[in-house]
Design a protein around this ligand. Structure first.
Ligand SMILES: [Zn+2]
Length: 391
């Protein structure tokens, strides 16, 4: 902060939501980490999952003031007893899951999270979760990694980022065909000298499932790459009075992060099934978000499709110039530069509508091609933005 103004304090999921989140995340991570031959049948797993949900709701109600680690142990003890009674001999199928989950849960110690301060469901919890927050470490790690990746890729830190979490009762995404328990939102809290982006991860803890866990890294990357630094070179506060949907952030950058996740999964190799399923999920979300012909369709589908079309158009132009590998690096750089640039929402939308006509060949603009090619050498986006906003 350059003017002594302090960034807003991050707020977080309440204690009940964090209890359920940490339980479900631990359970889902346990399942994901077990070798396929150690997994129970779908039927046994389904029964155990039902029991886990029922018991966790009961323990949450009966022992509302218990610390989170006590809650986790109590739920697992009661669920394993109830499952043993209900499943009889078939309990042996779920035993490896229970044992591995117990190990994971035994590692959660609220007293060690932030030097003896333990959350009790009151106002001070937000500070403890901001400083420690091991109960939501899956979210915090995803956001931290996404911020590191964005900072490295963008090559600069153009805005302060405050990370919050918030609980919702319904699945918060409105992407048709995908019911995900996690979503992200970014607000801008700018003043004359500082850009501050407040990124909130919304979670419906009780609906958390394997798909949602696989989507978490995509959600974090989308908020960091597409929105946290969006328009931060703008001299004024980043306001969106016309409520425009930005094709650069929502479409072009979204295509970039899917590419980055796929590259990461490839580099990790076939043994890292986690990275591969996260990249698959990112691709599915991207395709569903830009499917303009689907009914119902995602509300921002036209703009997502517009940004993705420009991404692909520039990629194909650059591929002819410098080959596919260098071209995808150059398109990423261009996407970051266009996103950081201070042009406003209307200018971004109008420029991309124009680029769509160009890339669809009606008519091709030789000067525009020249400016795109020149960017390859100059790495300056100013001429291109100037041309797109003034011609
Ligand atoms: Zn977005």
């Amino acid at each position: 902060m350059t003017d002594g103004r302090t960034a807003p304090e991050p707020s977080h999921l309440n204690l009940d939501d964090r209890k359920i989140f940490s339980l479900r995340a631990a359970y889902l991570r346990t399942l994901a980490d077990l070798s396929p031959d150690a997994l129970p049948s779908d039927e046994v797993q389904g029964e155990f999952d039902d029991e886990l949900r029922k018991v966790s709701a009961r323990v949450l109600g009966e022992h509302a003031h218990d610390p989170l680690d006590t809650f986790l142990t109590a739920v697992l003890d009661r669920t394993s007893r109830a499952s043993q009674a209900a499943l009889g001999g078939a309990y042996e199928e779920i035993r490896p899951v229970v044992d591995a989950l117990r190990k994971r849960i035994d590692g959660v110690k609220c007293g060690l999270c932030v030097k003896g301060d333990i959350c009790n469901g009151r106002a001070g919890d937000d500070r403890i979760v901001a400083e420690g927050g091991r109960c939501i470490s899956d979210i915090k790690e995803a956001m931290r990694n996404a911020k590191d990746d964005a900072t490295r890729e963008y090559g600069r830190v153009p805005a302060a980022v405050v990370v919050c979490t918030s609980g919702v009762s319904q699945a918060p995404t409105c992407i048709p065909g995908l019911s995900l328990a996690v979503n992200g939102r970014t607000w801008f809290s700018d003043d004359a000298t500082t850009k501050t982006s407040i990124v909130t991860v919304e979670v419906a803890s009780s609906l958390l499932d394997g798909q949602s866990m696989a989507a978490l890294n995509y959600v974090a990357l989308h908020e960091m790459f597409c929105h946290a630094y969006q328009m931060s070179a703008r001299p004024e506060a980043r306001e969106n009075e016309g409520l425009f949907v930005d094709p650069i952030a929502e479409g072009m950058l979204d295509a970039v992060i899917v590419g980055l996740m796929e590259e990461k999964a490839q580099a990790a190799g076939v043994s890292d099934t986690g990275a591969a399923s996260e990249a698959d999920m990112a691709r599915r979300i991207h395709l569903a978000r830009k499917a303009t012909r689907d009914r119902p369709r995602f509300s921002q589908a036209p703009e997502v499709a517009l940004g993705a079309l420009v991404h692909d158009g520039v990629l194909s132009l650059y591929s002819k110039e410098v080959g596919r590998n260098k071209a995808s690096q150059a398109v990423r750089r261009l996407a970051y530069d266009l996103n950081l640039n201070g042009w406003d929402y209307r200018q971004r939308r109008d420029a991309f509508v124009r680029l769509r006509a160009h890339f669809l060949g009606k008519p091709r603009d030789a000067q525009l091609i020249d400016l795109f090619i020149r960017y390859l050498n100059t790495s300056s986006v100013n001429e291109l933005v100037h041309y797109l906003t003034n011609n």
